[in-house]
Design a protein around this ligand. Structure first.
Ligand code: CA
Length: 256
């Protein structure tokens, strides 16, 4: 096991000094699982997540990681895409069969195919290495601020033809059949559902779902929308339940 240094990870020393020095009490901490095979990075991230207030379990291969997620039922999974044995994509798909925890994928390259695969497998967000651990913690904080509470003035039940959306129950149905959306997919869909006449830009949707402090790739929205459409059509619905408005963004296209 090699000893890591700060310069290995492009960190300025000030970043390490900029985290709370006293972790909160151990009891009842939110749980996070880190699945990362690069030992120095894993240790660094465990340290940051612990200081950010999580009870952290770490695994350095996909299969162990999957089992750790099963055993610990975390709120957050930080998942490296490139893992020995079962890769991150497969781990992500597996997690999604039993958990709707937030999954933040780590990718080694900025290549679009990697990030798209990760999101397609059910990840909520991704970061490309190298990144600042402080940004990782900020991203996780943004995920955890969700879902936005339904606005009190809005109706909980929405029905358009065969489409039924229950905002409080976070339940979407087509012709009575439930459509299993991930948390992120539901949150994005909910933005459109709450104001069906409005066209939302990608940035509007990101700000509604992740909050105004979120910084990242707005095309994440496109990938999630593609998944929502696929799930709608798989259930017998139509893809244009979410309409693309050319040059602007998206709006609900369900029949009124
Ligand atoms: Ca790796």
């Amino acid at each position: 096991m090699s000893r890591w240094t700060i310069s290995d990870h492009l960190l300025e020393p000030t970043i390490l000094l900029d985290v709370p020095s006293t972790p909160p009490p151990v009891a009842d901490l939110p749980r996070a699982v880190l699945i990362e095979d690069e030992e120095p990075l894993a240790r660094l991230l465990v340290n940051y997540l612990t200081r950010a207030g999580f009870a952290v379990e770490a695994a350095n291969d996909g299969l162990t990681g999957l089992q750790t997620v099963r055993n610990h039922g975390p709120e957050i999974v930080v998942l490296d895409l490139g893992l020995p044995g079962m890769d991150g994509i497969e781990v992500c798909r597996n997690i999604r069969t039993f958990s709707d925890c937030y999954i933040l994928m780590l990718t080694a390259r900025a290549e679009e195919t990697d990030t798209l695969l990760g999101l397609a497998a059910g990840a909520d967000d991704y970061m490309t290495k190298p990144f600042s651990p402080r940004e990782l913690v900020a991203r996780i904080a943004a995920l955890r601020r969700r879902p936005l509470k339904p606005k009190e003035t809005k109706n909980s039940q929405h029905v358009w033809g065969s489409l039924t959306v229950d905002m409080d129950g976070r339940d979407v149905r087509w012709g009575g059949e439930p459509i299993e959306l991930t948390r992120t997919e539901f949150d994005i869909f909910a933005v459109l559902v709450e104001e069906p006449a409005k066209v939302f830009t990608r940035e509007d949707i990101l700000h509604n779902v992740w909050g105004p402090s979120w910084v990242g790739d707005a095309h994440v929205v496109d990938v999630h929308v593609a998944h929502i459409r696929r799930k709608l059509t798989d259930a017998g619905g139509t893809a244009d339940t979410i309409r693309s408005v050319r040059g602007v963004g998206y709006r609900l296209g369900a029949e009124q």
